[in-house]
Design a protein around this ligand. Structure first.
Ligand code: SAM
Length: 231
């Protein structure tokens, strides 16, 4: 899948996770001490990972799972422990290297790949998980990426989006008053009602229904999980 805005944003994310944020991300995703603010983010992310994993079958023996935008690979490892063959893809080669180095001994069914999550060469999957990897894309680009993934997915897709809350809308409008500089790529909040409408009316998603949803809020972390299930 490719549009100008999608390609530009993906390139920004690659630079951001490969260089700007690499050390911070490495620390956040480890057990090393972090600031009180980052601890709230770590706790929220741990909770979100559990929610998404809980929505997958506890026995994944024989299933093919795509961890789309896997980062340092924590979710991929858990899915592999349940018996899945996991393809864990990320656009950041530095994060994939880190994920490789963190792979526990004995976990041999995770294939780490550098690339785009919606690349059809990754193959077909039973389940796809995209935790906080679509949050930086516009609703239009995120949906197109999901549609491309959906064509190759047999059972369910669980992904997260940044819900448009009044607090986030305010932060965004304040953010617009300041120059961007070297900051993180912006988060693109989605209005849940509109996202549901888009998913329900997009032809590419015709064979899918919306399942569970859960919002996780922990200090500076807010993200919402949504499940898409094959009809
Ligand atoms: C906020 S991090 C989350 C990482 C991981 N899912 C987790 O929750 O720990 C977002 C990740 O998505 C990756 N990403 C963003 N767009 C991508 C794309 N189009 N294809 C593959 N990876 C992508 C980024 O490089 C980054 O590692």
């Amino acid at each position: 899948m490719s549009t100008n805005t999608y390609d530009m944003r993906r390139a920004q994310l690659e630079t951001y996770f490969d260089r700007t944020a690499l050390e911070a991300w490495k620390r956040l995703t480890s057990d090393a001490p972090v600031s009180a603010i980052r601890a709230t983010v770590r706790a929220g992310r741990d909770r979100m990972r559990r929610v998404l994993l809980d929505w997958l079958p506890s026995d994944l023996t024989g299933a093919r799972v795509l961890d789309a935008g896997c980062g340092t690979g924590a979710l991929a490892i858990e899915a592999a422990r349940r018996g899945a063959h996991v393809v864990a893809v990320d656009v950041s080669s530095a994060l994939i290297d880190l994920a490789h180095s963190r792979r526990p001994a004995g976990i041999n069914t995770v294939e780490f790949r550098v690339g785009d999550m919606s690349d059809e060469k990754l193959g077909e999957f039973d389940y796809v998980v995209a935790m906080d990897s679509l949050i930086h894309y516009s609703p239009r680009d995120a949906l197109q990426s999901l549609a491309a993934i959906a064509r190759r997915t047999r059972r369910s897709i669980v992904f997260t989006f940044a819900p448009l809350t009044p607090a986030l809308a305010l932060m965004h409008s304040i953010g617009r008053l300041f120059p961007h500089g070297n900051r993180a790529p912006a988060i693109e909040p989605h209005n849940e009602h509109r996202l549901r409408q888009r998913l329900a009316t997009d032809e590419a998603m015709a064979g899918w229904r919306i399942g569970r949803t859960e919002r996780v809020h922990s200090g500076f972390y807010t993200s919402q999980a949504l499940e898409l299930v094959r009809r």
